[in-house]
Design a protein around this ligand. Sequence first.
Ligand code: SAM
Length: 301
Amino acid sequence: MAVTIKDLLQQAVGLLKENWKNHREDPSKEAGLLLSWVLKKDLGYLYAHADTRIDNDKADLFLSCVRRRARFEPFAYITGECEFMGLRFNVNPSVLIPRADTELLAEAVIHALGQRSPFLTQPCFSLTPKAAYRALEIGTGSGCLAVSAAKHVKNVRIDALDISEGALKTAHNNAVYHGVDQRINFMRGDFLDKTVRLYPPYDIIFSNPPYIPTAHIPGLMPDVRDYEPHTALIGGEDGLIFYQALADRVSQLLSPQGLLAVECGYDQAQRVALIFSEKGMETLTLRDLSGIERVVLARSE
Ligand SMILES: C[S@@+](CC[C@H](N)C(=O)[O-])C[C@H]1O[C@@H](n2cnc3c(N)ncnc32)[C@H](O)[C@@H]1O
């Protein structure tokens, strides 16, 4: 016999609580969000229709999603989608799940390219106005940054590099979905390999590179450590390998008065800014909503 929404939620919360001892997530909230996704109804509907019976196929699908979530599989990999800058992105285990913190970098890039970024209230560098801009993204992943930038800024063309074929395929699909694929050139390559083919000069280079020090990986939350691609996480022994590689090549890649915009880890901003200022660049940091210096901007002479 079909079960009610209330029964299903109770069963799910029980399952999640049993598996998630000491885990930071809230079982009731996660169960509600998963059921809301399976039924394509909002949370308000679930509360208002707690006694509504759900057919067995939907109930089975919901419980299989709950079992996956109980094993710490990220919510976004289960649903295959997430939101970034108000846009919907497809995600899968070949890409890092876009984080809310990274929206600060997207806003800084959009601002630098001359568009209003309503949530950016901090001083930020911007490029001299131009009819057409050229940008490079290093480590595009799901394409969330390149696609958001292209969506908001009509006069930019972006070369988006990633080492992962699976990530590039996902990013390309997301660019097609949002109608910006004609202005993003997805390129496979290893940025740490000095012979990788790029097409400078760029007005702006932006990146949310892998920045977790290798030794910190075992201590990450299981949903990140056991499910997200390690190539998207590990930034070498000190987590700074990509910033150093960028600084070493900035003079070949960036046009005069060009900009670098990068995200970094919660305690890395000052070290990252120093890496760029040692190359003679002027730097600025931006704080995320928790007050952490999360984005470093650097301007070439
Ligand atoms: C932290 S993720 C960022 C993904 C996406 N831009 C975002 O902000 O959500 C870093 C990305 O860099 C890519 N990557 C890792 N090593 C790379 C390398 N050596 N060259 C180019 N891309 C690399 C990973 O595959 C991953 O997609």
